[in-house]
Design a protein around this ligand. Structure first.
Ligand code: ADP
Ligand code: MG
Length: 558
C-alpha cells in the first residue's frame, strides 16, 4: 500500500504522527531490503554461515549451510548440529560468546554426506556496551585442500625415499667399481711380488740344503732361516691379497654345510681371543649364539669359517671396553643371512665406505686391512654379498648373504693323481735370469736334468736338438710368449707335457684358464713341494717310455 505519502486535510500532531509512521515504515522497508541483500550476499559465498543468538538459537543460515545440514532456523544449534552430526562438540561459538573474541578450530567429521574436514571460525557480535547480541559461525570445507596436501606430502616422502635409495645405490655401485679396480691392481701387484719372491724363496730353500750351510755357523743358519721366514710371510700376504680378487675356482669344494655346527665351531675357535685374552686385559666379552635353527647352506666350508672368524676378530677388536657379540643366521628370501653384531665402537661413514678395500685399516701396525677384503672375495665367490650397518659408539652388524641354492658351476674337488718320482729331462723357458737360475738349481737338486732357454725361440731350438720329458715355460716372454711356445711344442710333439709357470698362475687357475697346449698352470712363487707334485702328476699322466732317447739332457747349458 501507500506508505510514506502524506494525507491531506489533517494538521498538527496528526500530521506529525503520520510522518513518523511513514518514516518507520520506510526504515522497516529499508531494513528488510538490507536483510535480503545481506542474505543474498551470504547465500552467494561458498562457505557455510550461521548466525545464532546467545542461547544458540539459529537466526540465520546461508544457502551453503542449508544445503549441507538442512534448514534449522528457529531451532537450537545443539539440536541442529551437535545431536545430529557432532559438528559442535568443542563449540567455537560458545567460546566466542564467553570472551567476545574470534575462535578458530579445525576438525574431522565422520558423517556421510558431510565434509570430512572443516574449519570453523566463530565470532560474537557485540553492541556498543559490549553486550553480546549474536554469534556468527563460518564453516569452511577443507576436505579437498587437506586431501591435496596429503597427496603432496606422500609424494614428497616418496621422492625423498627414492632419492635416498638412489644415493645408496650410487654409493654401492661406486664401491663395487672401486673394489673391482682394486682387484685388478691387486692382481698386478701379486703377480710382480710373486715373481720377485720366487728367487728369494727358491734360493733360500736351496741354500738350506747346501752342505756348507748345514755345516756353517749358527749365525749363518739363523740368518737364512730369517730370510726364509720373511719370504714365506710375504708369500702369505700375497696369498691373502689373492683371496680378495681371485674368482671362484671351478674345482672348489662346495657342499651342504649345517650352519649351526659351523657357527658353534667358530665361537669355540675364537674363544681364546674373546674370552681368555680379553679377560686377561680386564674386559668382559660375551658371545651369544642366537638359538634359532638356521638352514643348511651350500658353501665352501673352510672359506666361510675363515670369513666368520675374521668378522669375530674385528668385533672383538671393536670392544676395547668389553661388550656383546651376537651371531645369528636365518633364511631371508633366496638367501641365508648370517649376522655378526657387536656393541662396540662402530665405524664412521668414511670407514664404512672403505673398510673392504685391501690394506685399509684403522688399527695401525696391528691391522693388515686384509680381513674384510678377504671376506668380500669369499662372498663374491659364493655369489653372495656383504652388508654393513654401523653407528659410531653403538656398534656394528656385518651380514653375510649367501644364496641358498648351489652356486652355478660349483663342483666337488677331485684328488690329484700322484705318481712315482723319477728323473726327468726338463726344458725350462724363462726370460727372467734370476728365476731361470733358481728353477735350474731347484730342479737339478731334485735330480732332474735341466736345460735353460732364455726365450721361446731358444726353447724351440733346444727342444728340436734334444730329448725332453717335460717343458716348463714362463708365460710373458718377449718375441714368443709361453702360449705360442706351448702350441709350437705340441705341434712338434703332441705328447710332450707343458707346464706353464707364471705370476698370474693363481688367477689363471681360478678362471680355469689354460692356454691351448698347456697341461698344467703353476703359480709363482713356486715352492719346491708344488713343483715336485706337478712334475709327478704330469709325468705320471704322460705315457712316455723311460727308454726314450737320452741326448742333450745331461747338463744345463746356462
Ligand atoms: P683389520 O682388522 O686388519 O684392520 P679389516 O679388513 O678386517 O682389517 O677391517 C678394516 C677396518 O674396518 C678396520 O681397521 C676397522 O676400522 C673397520 N672394522 C671392521 N670391522 C669392524 C667392527 N666390527 N667394528 C668397527 N670397525 C670395524
Ligand atoms: Mg680384521
Amino acid at each position: 500500500m501507500s506508505d510514506g505519502a502524506e494525507l491531506p486535510g489533517r494538521g498538527g500532531a496528526a500530521d506529525e504522527s503520520v510522518r513518523e509512521v511513514a518514516a518507520l515504515r520506510a526504515a522497516l522497508r529499508n531494513s528488510e531490503e538490507e536483510r535480503q541483500r545481506l542474505g543474498a550476499t551470504l547465500d552467494s559465498i561458498g562457505d557455510m554461515v550461521t548466525v545464532q543468538d546467545p542461547d544458540f538459537r539459529i537466526i540465520f543460515q546461508n544457502k551453503a549451510m542449508r544445503d549441507c545440514v538442512g534448514n534449522h532456523v528457529g531451532e537450537y544449534c545443539y539440536s541442529a548440529y551437535e545431536r545430529r552430526d557432532s559438528i559442535c562438540t568443542d563449540c567455537a561459538m560458545r567460546e566466542a560468546f564467553r570472551d567476545g573474541a574470534v575462535h578458530r578450530l579445525e576438525k574431522s567429521l565422520a558423517v556421510p554426506g558431510r565434509p570430512e574436514r572443516i574449519e570453523i571460525v566463530a565470532s560474537a557480535l557485540l553492541d556498543r556496551d559490549g553486550i553480546c547480541l549474536a554469534g556468527i559461525e563460518v564453516v569452511r570445507d577443507l576436505t579437498e585442500l587437506r586431501r591435496a596436501e596429503a597427496t603432496v606430502r606422500a609424494s614428497h616422502e616418496q621422492l625423498l625415499k627414492s632419492h635416498a635409495e638412489l644415493v645408496a645405490t650410487q654409493r654401492q655401485v661406486v664401491q663395487q667399481e672401486r673394489l673391482r679396480a682394486l682387484g685388478q691392481l691387486a692382481a698386478g701387484i701379486a703377480h710382480d711380488f710373486n715373481n720377485a719372491l720366487a728367487p728369494v724363496l727358491g734360493f733360500a730353500e736351496l741354500l738350506q740344503d747346501e752342505p756348507e750351510i748345514r755345516r756353517g755357523t749358527p749365525k749363518l743358519r739363523s740368518y737364512l732361516d730369517m730370510i726364509l721366514e720373511g719370504a714365506r710371510g710375504a708369500t702369505d700376504v700375497v696369498a691373502r691379497l689373492r683371496e680378495f680378487y681371485r674368482p671362484r675356482d671351478p674345482q672348489e669344494d662346495f657342499a651342504p654345510v649345517p650352519l649351526r655346527a659351523l657357527l658353534e665351531g667358530v665361537v669355540l675357535l675364537t674363544r681364546p681371543k674373546w674370552r681368555d685374552q680379553a679377560q686377561a686385559a680386564g674386559r668382559t666379552i660375551l658371545v651369544e649364539l642366537d638359538p634359532a635353527s638356521p638352514p643348511e647352506v651350500i658353501c665352501h666350508e673352510s672359506e666361510l669359517r675363515e670369513a666368520l672368524v675374521n668378522l669375530l676378530f674385528n668385533a672383538i677388536d671393536a670392544l676395547p671396553l668389553g661388550g656383546t657379540i651376537t651371531l645369528r643366521a636365518r633364511a631371508q628370501g633366496e638367501h641365508v643371512r648370517i649376522e655378526v653384531a657387536d656393541t662396540g665402537t662402530g665405524m664412521s661413514e668414511e670407514v664404512q665406505r672403505r673398510c673392504m678395500e685391501p690394506f685399509f685399516t684403522t688399527k695401525g701396525a696391528k691391522g693388515t686391512g686384509l680381513g674384510l677384503a678377504m671376506v668380500h672375495g669369499i662372498m663374491r665367490r659364493h655369489q653372495g654379498r656383504v652388508e654393513i650397518e654401523s653407528a659410531t659408539g653403538l656398534g656394528t652388524t656385518v651380514s653375510l648373504l649367501l644364496p641358498i641354492g648351489l652356486p652355478s658351476g660349483a663342483g666337488v674337488a677331485t684328488a690329484p693323481p700322484s705318481g712315482p718320482v723319477r728323473r726327468l729331462r726338463v726344458l725350462v723357458a724363462e726370460d727372467e735370469p734370476l728365476v731361470g737360475r733358481m728353477l735350474l738349481e731347484l730342479l737339478s737338486s731334485e735330480g732332474h736334468a735341466v736345460q735353460l732357454a732364455a726365450s721361446g725361440v731358444e726353447a724351440l731350438e733346444k727342444f728340436a736338438a734334444g730329448r725332453f720329458d717335460v717343458v716348463l715355460t714362463d708365460r710373458a716372454m718377449p718375441e714368443m710368449n709361453g702360449d705360442a711356445l706351448a702350441l709350437a711344442l705340441k705341434r712338434a710333439e703332441p705328447a710332450i707335457p707343458v707346464i706353464m709357470l707364471t705370476g698370474f698362475g693363481a688367477l689363471m687357475n681360478a678362471h680355469g684358464e689354460k692356454p691351448a697346449g698347456v697341461d698344467e698352470v703353476l703359480a709363482k712363487p713356486v715352492t719346491r713341494a708344488a713343483l715336485r707334485s706337478t712334475l709327478e702328476q704330469v709325468s705320471a699322466r704322460s705315457i712316455r717310455p723311460e727308454s726314450r732317447g737320452a741326448a742333450g739332457t745331461s747338463n744345463p747349458s746356462s
